[in-house]
Every structure is written in structure tokens, then in C-alpha cells.
Design a protein around this ligand. Sequence first.
Ligand code: CDP
Length: 206
Amino acid sequence: MAPQPFTIAIDGPAAAGKGTLSRAVAEHFGFAHLDTGLLYRAVGAKVLLGMEPQTAAETLSPSDLENDGLRSPEVAQSASRIAVIPSVRAALLDFQRSFARRAGGAVLDGRDIGTVICPQAEAKLFVTASAEVRAMRRYKELSAHGATDSYEKVLADVKERDARDRDRSTAPLKPADDAVVIDTSDMSIDAAVAAAIEVVKARRSG
Ligand code: CDP
């Protein structure tokens, strides 16, 4: 018999460490992982090249996700601008939902996984940290890849994206009522991973 679906939804604001945490949790449980931010970034990148947002979302293909440029601050901003468009979000919905319910378990990280994509997820986490801590982590990450943006610029970008993600009317960034909030401002990544694994274990046995 195929293993039952089990969805772990990990949401949170920009640069909260969802990616690292999600990969570690997926590996621990042997689940598949989908970084849904990458879908929005890939659409945002195509729009920067001149494509119309809805067409970009409807024609998204796996090869669009294999682009090193997707991690850039320009693409992040473009992603958050196209992410307010309901038809763009609708075009990405089915893929995310079927991924979430695949046999054998799935971890999805994003903004609206626990609230819109998979309200029935068996475990929901909302990972956050202060804007300053998140900006410092992103600044170090970008600098390590050769970017020259200042910390102040990264902080302003993070705040601008958070405001746009929170204030939009379709699928705004917010914790689901039944999400466990993990504030990683003063936590090491290992401690955050351990806390997340405990939450999921409790839901699996509960
Ligand atoms: O890695 P970071 O947290 O900076 O961003 P991301 O997760 O790659 O997401 C980039 C942008 O896509 C976000 O600022 C959101 O506007 C949008 N997004 C969304 O609207 N819904 C999701 N499930 C994931 C990302």
C-alpha cells in the first residue's frame, strides 16, 4: 500500500530561514520538498524579461526553475509584485496542491501554504524573526554569492516585500490559526530545526 500523504506547511516572511528549515525537516522525515517561493520568483523573472504575468504563470515549466538568477533581490521584488495578482496565484494552485498530497509526505514552504494551499495540512509552522535579523542573514547570503548591496538596502527590500505580502487581499502572509509560531531571532539553525521536528513528531503521533 502506498504511504499516506502527510503535509507539512512552513510559512513565514522574507528570509526567515524557511528554505534551510524546510530542507532539513524534509530530509529528517524522508519527505519531498517544494520551495513555492521559487515558482513566484520564476514568474517574476519572466516578467522582468517582458512577459505578461498571467501568461508567465500559465506557461511555467520545470526548466524555468533551474536559473541561478532567481535568487537575486530584483527577482525577489518582481516575485512579490506579481504575487498580488489573483490569476497568477490561481495558475500555480493545482501544482502546489497535488505536490502537497503526494504519497509519502511533502514539505512546502511559502506564504500561504497553511492558509490557502493546504488548510488541511497535518502540521503547520510559521517561522519568523525580527526584520533586522532576517535582513542580516540575507545580506550575508547575498554577499557570499558576490552581491554588493548594503545591509541597509537588504533591510529596506525585506521590509518592502513583507509589507506587500501582508497587505495584499489574495492570500496575504499570516499564520494559520492552527500554526505553531517559531521565532528564530535568537535561535541557531540547529535549534530551529530541532523545534520544528518536535512539532511535526507531535502531530504524527497525535
Ligand atoms: O526566500 P524569501 O523568503 O526571501 O522569498 P521567497 O520565499 O523565495 O518568495 C519570494 C516572493 O514570492 C515573496 O516575497 C512573496 O511575494 C511570493 N510568494 C508568495 O506570494 N507565496 C508563496 N507561497 C511563496 C512566495
